[in-house]
Design a protein around this ligand. Structure first.
Ligand code: SF4
Length: 455
C-alpha cells in the first residue's frame, strides 16, 4: 500500500467537518492581556454582555497578519453549535468602532469580541454585513501579577506527548505519507484543469497562481484565465503589455512622476497596450483585487508579472525542460529568466538597484517545482517522489509554524522533521485535515490514537 493510501486510511477516521468605568491597571499592557487571554488565565467560560453563556472551545492561534488578534478559534454560545472564526481582544469596547473593525472585511469572521473596559454608552460589535459579534468583558484585576511574556504562536496539542515518544523514522514516515497524499491531490487538481483547458493552459494557470504567492494568487489566476497562454503567444511582442494592461497596472497615463528609466519602460508598454485597451476593457482587474501592501519588494506582483510574461514568451523551452528526467533543466529555465528592467528594479517607484537581482529566486523556484512542476510530471506518468523527497525546504510560514508548534512543541527533533519541502507539506496536510477540522480542543481528534497504530 502506498504512503498516500495509508494516509487516506488514517484520514478516514477523522470526523472531517466543512468546516462603574473600569480603569486599566497601569502595569498591564494590551499585549500582555492578550497573552494572558491566550494562556487561559481569564478562564474559558464567560457570561457575555447579552447574558449569554460563552465557552471558548479553542483559543486559536496568534494572528500575525491583518485582522483580528486570534484566528482559527472556536466558541460555543448557550451550548449551541460550535462557531469557528476569529477572536478580537481590545482594551475597550468602543475600539471596535474607533479602529474601523466594523467596516473592515478582515473582521467579518470574528466570533467573539473581548474587551477590558466599557463605558456608560453601549457599543455593539458589528461586521460589515451588520452581524452582531458576541461580546465578553474580562477583568484583569482578577489576574495574579506575574506572567511570562514569552508568547507562543500556538499551544502544543494532545498529540504532542505521544509524538515525542515515537522514533524519528516513524514520524518521518507519517509526514511522508501525508506529503504523498498532498502531492496526489495536487496532481488530481491539475488533471481536472487539464481536462477542462488542456495540458498547457492548466500548467500556465498553475504557474501563474504560484507566482502570485498567497496574497495575489487570485489575481494571477484570473489573469491566466482571462488571457490564455495561447492568446498571449499569438501576439508575441505584446505579451507583457497585455498582462500589465489587463492587470490594471497601466491605468494611470501620468508618466512624469517616474524616473527616466521607468518612464521609458512604461512608455513602451503603454504604446502597445493603448490600441488594444478597448478590446480588453471588460477583463481589466479592479485595483482592489491586488494586495500590494505587506509584500516584500522582491516579491512585488509587478516583478512576478514580468516573470510570467517571460515564461509565456519562452514556453517551448519550458516544455522541453519538463521532458527531461531530472529537475535541473527546469530549475535552470526559471533561474535564466531575465528582464532588462525588472532585474534592476524592485518596484516601479523604487530607485534602480545597484546590483542585478534574479527575476525568480531559488525559494520561489523550489515552491514552483514542488507545487506545479512535480505534480505535472506525475500527471504525465513520471515517478516523481524521489525528486520531491529530496527538495530542501527554503521557506516557512505562519501555518507551518503553527502546525509545528501544535504537533511537535519543544521537541528538539522539530527542525529535522521539517528539513524538506515534502515533510513541510506533510505537516501542512495533517494540520489542515486534523487541527483545522477539530473543534474539541483536541479532545475528540483521532490523530493521536491513529498515529500510534502507524506501522
Ligand atoms: S487537533 Fe489533533 S492533530 Fe491537531 S494538535 Fe490537536 S491532537 Fe494534534
Amino acid at each position: 500500500m502506498s504512503g498516500a493510501e495509508r494516509y487516506t486510511q488514517l484520514l478516514a477516521t477523522a470526523k472531517v467537518r466543512e468546516r462603574p468605568l473600569f480603569s486599566l491597571p497601569l502595569n498591564f499592557t494590551e499585549l500582555e492581556l492578550q497573552a494572558r487571554w491566550f494562556a487561559g488565565d481569564f478562564g474559558r467560560s464567560f457570561i457575555g454582555t447579552a447574558d449569554e453563556q460563552i465557552e471558548i472551545v479553542q483559543f486559536g492561534t496568534w494572528n500575525r497578519e491583518a485582522g483580528p488578534d486570534f484566528s482559527d478559534a472556536a466558541v460555543r454560545i448557550d451550548r449551541g453549535e460550535t462557531l469557528r472564526g476569529s477572536i478580537e481582544f481590545d482594551l475597550a469596547d468602543r475600539n471596535w468602532e474607533v479602529h474601523g473593525h466594523a467596516t473592515n472585511p478582515a473582521f467579518d469572521e470574528t466570533v467573539l469580541h473581548v474587551f477590558v473596559e466599557s463605558g456608560e454608552r453601549t457599543f455593539f460589535s458589528r461586521t460589515t454585513a451588520n452581524r452582531n459579534v458576541p461580546q465578553v468583558r474580562v477583568d484583569p484585576t482578577t489576574l495574579p501579577s506575574a506572567f511570562s511574556t514569552n508568547l507562543p504562536l500556538a499551544r502544543p496539542g494532545r498529540c504532542h506527548a505521544p509524538l515525542r515518544g515515537l522514533p524519528e523514522e516513524k514520524i518521518c514516515s507519517i509526514l511522508d505519507a501525508a506529503a504523498q497524499f498532498r502531492l496526489q491531490r495536487k496532481t488530481l487538481r491539475l488533471q481536472r484543469l487539464s481536462e477542462l483547458h488542456g495540458d498547457d493552459e492548466a500548467l500556465f494557470q498553475e504557474l501563474a497562481g504560484a507566482l502570485g504567492y498567497k496574497e495575489n494568487k487570485l489575481p494571477f489566476t484570473l489573469l491566466a484565465q482571462r488571457l490564455s497562454r495561447q492568446a498571449l503567444r499569438a501576439q508575441p511582442n505584446d505579451i507583457e503589455a497585455a498582462l500589465f494592461g489587463v492587470a490594471g497596472f497601466l491605468a494611470a497615463p501620468d508618466l512624469a512622476k517616474f524616473e527616466s528609466g521607468t518612464r521609458q519602460y512604461l512608455r513602451v508598454l503603454w504604446d502597445k497596450w493603448w490600441p488594444r485597451r478597448a478590446a480588453f476593457e471588460r477583463l481589466i482587474l479592479p485595483a482592489r483585487t491586488w494586495c500590494l501592501r505587506g509584500t516584500r519588494p522582491l516579491n512585488h506582483p509587478q516583478r512576478r508579472l514580468a516573470a510570467l510574461a517571460g515564461i509565456v514568451a519562452s514556453w517551448p523551452q519550458l516544455v522541453r525542460s519538463l521532458g527531461e528526467n531530472d529537475l535541473v533543466p527546469t530549475r535552470k529555465f526559471f533561474l535564466d529568466l531575465a528582464h532588462p528592467y525588472w532585474n534592476f528594479h524592485y518596484t516601479l517607484t523604487s530607485e534602480p538597484a545597484p546590483a542585478e537581482m534574479a527575476l525568480v529566486g531559488e525559494t520561489r523556484i523550489t515552491e514552483i517545482l514542488a507545487n506545479v512542476v512535480l505534480p505535472f510530471r506525475q500527471l504525465r506518468g513520471g515517478d516523481v517522489w524521489p525528486d520531491y523527497a529530496r527538495l530542501p525546504a527554503r521557506l516557512t510560514n505562519r501555518r507551518l509554524e503553527t502546525g509545528a508548534a501544535r504537533l511537535f512543541g519543544d521537541d528538539p527533533r522539530r527542525p529535522r522533521f521539517l528539513r524538506t519541502v515534502a515533510r513541510q507539506q506533510g505537516l501542512l496536510q495533517i494540520y489542515e485535515d486534523f487541527c483545522l477540522q477539530d473543534d474539541s480542543d483536541c479532545a475528540q481528534c483521532p490523530f493521536p490514537e491513529q498515529m500510534q497504530k502507524w506501522t
